[in-house]
Design a protein around this ligand. Structure first.
Ligand code: T1G
Length: 648
């Protein structure tokens, strides 16, 4: 973890080397400050090239430091010291200059970069805003309109666009440093150009601010940082750089201490740790290029689309021509909706279709490195699929089931190749939802498990390993959440009050609205099956609704009523009458109390899941909830919430 310096003639080359991403830790900041003084005082040095070792320039401040009080030297001071250097500093950027890394580069007099380098101020994704001058220097380099997009809307220009914006002075091909040294030699001796902060930028028309405020507030959907990033930028334009820097710093420090920022940092590290479980890091995943998907229904088509999106070749296996046509039509519909929303070009859509082969019967499975089954949730049906695959596939091909609750051991029992069998539980819509529950059996080989994780990485998914229990991690917690919500209703709490409380907490929908959308019969059938096994499962209000034919939106009403052409839930007198036998005297309950009760229920189930070894860690449970069940990201997850309340 160092900052190295070497001298090439009259040019000093300063290289930040703090693997894995050259984060600007306290040690790095100290070394940069010391070097700025030393190089200013060295008569043999006439310019300084600043670069990062490895694949990128600098990924930003060291996020791991944010849970501790800030330690000097502070990054704004390091940036200001470099900016005030008597000799020009030239930032030489490859890979990425992110957050504090871009702010450091903006403190340099010049910036040179490779065409593919990426520039961003992603602080808002961590619930904070830039804290080292980015909201003030950037608009004075690229103009206010472009700066707003980068500071508050996650726009991330590459080197070519950065050149066009004036964010970089020239593009340099690899090898980067010699090109940067040549540029430094060319500027040596010239009168120093104004620093970023000295540049004057015209204040934009008033509508630029009002339009940006409206746009950013809407897209922030309650997140604190984006609107405040805009305000810091605007304050500096309207009241001068010093005032802008002061507001930026105070806002950064205030936001950094919020629960939202802590939650987002928690998820940032959890998502990265989830991709590389320690026990698998030394293992090589098996090569996967052609993947078979058995079953072209909603799940199978969504899985196929996710695989196509990752550049894999797909064999979609169905049982007859009609099913194949239906699957093709489903996929074409997915592509068409992506094209209409501008998420996919015609060329990409046709390239995807070129990599999609459909097959009637299992013959084509012999060419597959991996086959994922996504057929009807029935044990016998799934077992018959894998029996066929066992006959056709290569002996090293991996077999995966997408089951959402059947015990994978029962599916694989007695079939060939148990060591290359595992559960890969995708969430619908599989081409969108990031969560992938990976469910090995005791026989699953570690390199097969590593292959599952590697596939998740290639698909851009968040993999979470689950042990085998009823519902794995996510559906098990969902069941306890829904049961407790119904218990509140039995206790006299209004359905709409429960949904409103969970929406205010940050969920897109409350538990009853969600059930009406997904169908009440899913939970009902689960409970009826348990009752059939002799389990003492008491009737719940949802059961009464299903027996009365109220299964949710698909039947025109469930917990709520719905008009034919209007999905907005309306209080249902019919539903109230049906559930009345199980509902106590009306009881008012504050939203916070409702949230606290349901959070406690989720955390309690989470603790049981941890105690049983079903989840490897509390952060994994939070990832399941955030990436599979709509838990608001700014709240970090049920285990994070419990930890904040000292309940872990
Ligand atoms: N600080 C600390 N650790 C970091 C880090 C950071 N900024 N960025 C990445 N890591 C760790 C990560 O946890 C993982 O660790 C390893 O590096 C590889 O990461 C003052 C306040 C740079 C595009 O938000 O976007 O600057 O799991 O798996 O896929 O205004 O990391 O190996 O132990 O993601 O190649 C702003 C965050 C900070 C950028 C590389 N910067 N990082 O992606 O690797 S706030 C960011 C990324 C700030 C200033 C403000 C990505 C990447 P481990 P990885 P990758």
């Amino acid at each position: 973890m160092t900052v190295n310096v070497e001298i090439d003639g009259e040019i000093a080359i300063v290289t930040i080397e703090n693997p894995p991403v050259n984060a600007l830790s306290g040690t790095v900041r100290q070394r940069l400050l010391a070097l700025a003084d030393a190089l200013d005082g060295d008569p043999n040095v006439r310019a300084v090239v600043l670069t990062g070792a490895g694949k990128l320039f600098v990924a930003g401040a060291d996020i791991a430091e944010f849970d501790r009080p800030p330690e000097p030297p502070f990054l704004p001071d390091v940036v200001a010291r470099i900016e005030a250097a008597a000799k020009p500093w030239i930032a030489a950027i490859r890979g990425a200059a992110l957050g504090g890394g871009l702010e450091l580069a903006l403190g340099c007099r010049f910036r040179v970069a490779t065409a593919s380098a990426r520039f961003a101020l992603p602080e808002i994704n961590l619930g904070i805003i830039p804290g080292a001058g980015g909201t003030q220097r950037l608009p004075r380099v690229v103009g206010v309109t472009e700066a707003i997009r980068i500071v508050a809307e996650n726009h991330s220009p590459d080197g070519r666009e950065a050149l066009r914006l004036g964010l970089v002075d020239t593009l340099v091909d690899e090898p980067l440093v010699p090109g940067a040294v040549a540029f430094a030699r060319a500027v040596v001796g010239q009168a120093l150009s104004p620093t970023s902060i000295e540049r004057v930028v015209p204040a934009p028309a008033a509508n630029v601010w009002t339009e940006a405020e409206a746009r950013i507030t809407a897209s922030a959907r309650g997140a604190a940082a984006p609107p405040q990033a805009l305000q810091a930028l605007k304050h500096g334009i309207e009241h001068g750089v010093e005032a802008g820097l002061a507001l930026e710093r105070s806002t950064f420090l205030a936001l950094r201490a919020t629960e939202e920022a802590a939650a987002l940092r928690h998820l940032f590290f959890a998502e990265r740790a989830a991709l590389r479980p320690a026990e698998l890091r030394a293992l090589s995943p098996r090569p996967i290029e052609t993947v078979g998907v058995v079953g072209g229904g909603t799940m199978g088509s969504g899985i196929a689309a996710a695989l196509l999106n990752a550049g894999l070749s797909i064999v979609l296996i169905e049982q007859d021509e009609a099913s194949v046509l239906r699957a093709r039509s489903t996929l074409a519909g997915l592509f068409e909706s992506s094209r209409r929303r501008g998420l996919m070009s015609d060329e990409v859509a046709s390239e995807w279709m070129a990599r999609l082969e459909t097959s009637i019967g299992y013959g084509a499975a012999e060419r597959c490195d991996l086959v994922i089954e996504a057929v009807f949730e029935d044990l016998a049906v799934k077992r018959s699929v894998f029996a066929e695959l066992g006959r056709v596939c290569r002996p090293d091909a991996i077999h995966a089931t997408n089951t959402s609750y059947i015990d994978p051991r029962l599916i694989a029992d007695g079939l060939p190749g148990p060591e290359r069998f595992l559960g890969l539980h995708f969430f619908s819509p599989a081409q969108v939802m990031k969560l992938l529950e990976i469910v090995p059996t005791p026989d699953t080989a570690l390199d097969v498990l590593a292959t599952g994780y590697d596939l998740a990485r290639r698909l851009g998914k968040v993999p979470v390993r689950s042990g085998i229990c009823d519902g794995f991690i996510g559906n098990r917690i969902l069941r306890s959440y829904r049961t407790e919500a119904e218990a509140l209703v039995c206790g006299g709490v209004d359905i709409a009050a429960v949904d409103a409380a969970m929406r205010a907490f940050g969920f897109a929908m409350g538990p009853f609205e969600m059930q009406d959308m997904a169908g009440l019969d899913i939970a009902y059938l689960y409970r009826e099956a348990a009752r059939a096994r002799g389990m003492p499962v008491p009737d719940m209000p949802g059961d009464l609704l299903v027996r009365a034919g109220r299964k949710g939106q698909k039947t025109g009403g469930g917990w709520y009523d719905y008009a034919a052409d209007d999905r907005r839930p309306k209080t249902s007198m019919d539903a109230q009458r049906i559930i009345a036998p199980l509902v106590g005297a009306k009881k008012e309950m504050a939203g916070e109390a409702i949230v606290s009760r349901l959070m406690a229920t989720m955390a309690e189930e989470g603790h049981a899941i941890l105690a049983e070894g079903i989840a490897l860690g509390a952060a994994d449970i939070d990832l399941v909830e955030v990436h599979g069940y709509g838990f608001p990201r700014k709240r970090g997850g049920p285990m994070f919430q419990a930890g904040r309340l000292g309940k872990t």
